[in-house]
Design a protein around this ligand. Structure first.
Ligand code: NAP
Length: 256
């Protein structure tokens, strides 16, 4: 039998924000199968309960934590409750995020504020709420879900790319600040993944063909293809990996 204990997450508690669907759900399932207990999060309580039931059906120990990452008070209340009732959060995956597409010149201000509130402020709130406790414990893992647009520009999604660029810099800056507390902060930057967030693009045959042509791997990815990267960054195998952005993008960001 191979010894994979370096990647064993047994006994760890992972809070994955935005995990009632898409990438977050896949990562929650993957971390759960690697042994972690999961705190599952989303805004819609019904959708969250259904997702938790699916995980429990796979034998994963799961708790639900319904809150909006943009609501600072709700975030702090939820983190306090999770830590009191379930246990210390060992792994935080900052995954919750939204996409809004519109030409920049007519991008509505309220939509700009909405995307910033969720994709950037949300990470600020949750990371502060959990990170302070990790500092006290002198251990923790934080994985931020970035994007190829953390680095690359693209028309009609300038605000989204700005949020993901910010997240890349939060990953690096926080790593510089908190590595001394034995907190490893890294990011995963997915390429084009088949999730509800991209339904409009998946339904657009021309766009979908562009993705297949532009991506060296020649296809969209399934959310489950991000699991290995998340287990690695959450596990003892990554104890000296800090401030890294791990691209899981079929080669998109390293090719023209
Ligand atoms: P998705 O399919 O739309 O799922 C988003 C999840 O987040 C849902 O569970 C949603 O549930 C939850 N959520 C949204 N806003 C929230 C909030 N304010 N507070 C708490 N939960 C919230 O999205 P996805 O494609 O899986 O994307 C997940 C992350 O990966 C995002 O950060 C996205 O930017 C990033 N990403 C995605 C791709 C891709 O190709 N799909 C590529 C690069 C990066 P509720 O609506 O019920 O809250």
């Amino acid at each position: 039998m191979p010894d994979l204990s370096l990647f064993d997450l047994s006994g760890r508690l992972a809070l994955v924000t935005g995990s009632s669907d898409g990438i977050g759900f896949a990562l929650a399932a993957g971390l759960g199968k690697a042994g972690a207990r999961i705190a599952l999060n989303g805004r819609n309580a019904e959708k969250l309960a259904a997702a938790a039931e699916r995980l429990a059906g796979q034998g994963i120990a799961v708790e639900t934590a319904p809150f909006d990452v943009a609501d600072r008070d709700a975030v702090f209340r939820a983190v306090e409750r999770i830590e009191r009732e379930v246990g210390p959060i060992d792994v935080l995956v900052n995954n919750a995020g939204v996409q809004r597409r519109n030409p920049f010149e007519t991008f509505p201000e309220e939509t700009w504020r909405e995307i910033m509130a969720i994709n950037v402020d949300g990470v600020f709130h949750v990371t502060q709420a959990v990170g302070g406790r990790m500092i006290e414990r002198k251990r923790g893992r934080i994985i931020n879900i970035c994007s190829v647009t953390s680095e690359l520009g693209r028309k009609t999604i300038v605000p989204y790319a700005a949020t993901k660029g910010a997240l890349r810099q939060m990953t690096r800056g926080l790593s510089a600040e908190w590595a001394k507390h034995n907190i490893q902060i890294n990011a995963i930057a997915p390429g084009y993944i088949r999730t509800p967030l991209n339904q409009a693009l998946l339904d657009d045959a021309k766009f979908s063909a562009w993705v297949e042509d532009r991506t060296p791997a020649g296809r969209w990815a399934e959310p489950e293809e991000l699991i290995g990267a998340a287990i690695f960054l959450a596990s003892d195998a990554a104890s000296y990996v800090n401030g890294h952005v791990l691209y899981v993008d079929g080669g998109l960001s390293t090719s023209v």
